[in-house]
Design a protein around this ligand. Structure first.
Ligand SMILES: [Fe+2]
Length: 407
């Protein structure tokens, strides 16, 4: 049986019977093939918005993808979503984005401090932070995504909250949310861990494994968050939902209430995904952050039991397999940091070259747009060979990102 599927639902083992364009305009030699190779999978993803699969010759679509949870507060038709065009270049946006980001950091620090001291949450301050973030991300999300890599081990909760907000808004933009919906989601994302302000710092920042008792105390942050916000006037109901349910998991294994997917608000399912992504890619006192590709591969696995499958797949599509800030080695042997990714050219991003082919540091770093560049001597395309572990060759991402002079 032939089925037309959105490209976000394409999986290994499917038989691609038709593309959304003539075969002659594609790089594929055969008209109809089973996807058995990661490179072919990537290429089809890169090229097409939809394909037709033949379920008699290959795998069928995952039936859970067609399941739409009943509690979706915002109904999004993923198939008809409109891509929002960027209105500023990465470099233009970065200037403004740094101001927005810094202001957001300061405001967030003071908001969190207030709550830690037992004062009321500054709701209008939170909305103001989000509104600045939404404007920047609507213009061009790449600058805030770049700044999301400005993280240090010891300032975790505030930075993590800001990053979850950035990723959630970027994801929402990709899914075609309106700016009103983005503003609403953003407040929930920014405040999702507000309950951690009632968890002792010595437990939050503990080096090494938590005891069972300590883990229970940390897990109480979802309930604390609910208690802190339930009487805050001016907050949308969805914010309280996100704070209360961002650790619930689709098969009922999450906390605090063990809800199942159909009971979890769409915003919470989105925040759960970006929360996990930021947590596993961050360096913490007790672990080194995973590289971006391993993080996405793990999340793809966790979509089976924990996270919303369709949303995980869309999130991977949204970031691309080389998310901004990824440390990558090119086929020339040079090492770079992914700066900016254009839709449709995700395998050929703009990179900042930081090491030459002998892995010696390049000063100042050079900017290279892989989508435009070919190796002049051999006429070969310069492309990414692999994703490197964070901090490979002593490269400290933080140092590059904080430098404003590089652009
Ligand atoms: Fe949390």
């Amino acid at each position: 049986m032939k089925k037309k599927i959105d490209i976000t639902h394409l999986q290994m083992g499917m038989y691609v019977a038709e593309l959304d364009r003539p075969w002659l305009e594609s790089p594929f030699m055969f008209q109809g093939f089973v996807i058995e190779d990661e490179d072919v999978f990537k290429s089809v993803n890169e090229l097409c918005d939809y394909v037709v699969i033949d379920t008699e010759k290959g795998n069928d679509i995952d039936p859970s993808i067609e399941h739409v949870p009943s509690s979706s507060a915002v109904v999004i038709d993923f198939k008809t979503r409109k891509r929002i065009p960027t209105t500023t270049s990465f470099q233009q946006e970065l200037k403004q984005a740094r101001i927005v980001h810094k202001r957001a950091r300061n405001q967030l620090d003071s908001m969190f401090n207030d709550v830690r001291m037992g004062k009321n949450l500054d709701v209008s301050g939170a909305k103001e932070v989000v509104s600045g973030m939404v404007d920047s991300i609507v213009r061009n999300p790449d600058a805030q995504l770049w700044l999301s890599n400005l993280r240090k081990r010891d300032e975790y909760t505030a930075i993590h909250s800001l990053n979850v907000c950035i990723f959630a808004l970027t994801f929402a933009r990709y899914l075609g949310f309106t700016t009103e919906e983005m503003n609403e989601l953003g407040v929930g994302a920014l405040l999702h861990d507000i309950g951690k302000m009632r968890v002792p710092l010595e437990i939050l920042n503990k080096e090494g494994k938590l005891t069972d008792e300590e883990r229970t105390i940390v897990r109480e942050h979802a309930q604390h968050g609910y208690d802190i916000l339930k009487n805050s006037p001016g907050l949308p109901a969805s914010t309280i939902e996100v704070v209360y349910t961002h650790h619930e998991r689709k098969k009922g294994t999450g906390y605090p209430r063990g809800l199942v997917e159909s009971q979890i608000h769409l915003f919470s399912r989105m925040v759960a995904i970006v929360d996990v992504y930021d947590a596993i890619t961050s360096d913490r006192v007790y672990h080194h952050g995973m590289n971006t590709l391993d993080a996405l591969k793990n999340m793809f696995k966790w979509r089976e039991n924990d996270l919303d499958s369709e949303l995980v797949e869309s999130f991977i599509q949204c970031l691309g397999i080389y998310p901004i800030g990824s440390l990558v080695e090119l086929n020339t042997g040079e090492v770079g940091i992914v700066l900016s990714v254009s839709q449709g050219r995700k395998l050929l991003p703009i990179v900042m070259l930081v090491c030459d082919k002998d892995k010696k540091v390049v000063t100042p770093p050079r900017i290279l747009d892989l989508s435009k560049f070919t190796n002049e001597k051999t006429d070969d395309v310069i492309e990414i060979r692999k994703v490197l572990e964070t901090n490979s060759y002593g490269i400290d991402l933080f140092e590059y990102i904080k430098h404003e002079v590089l652009f």
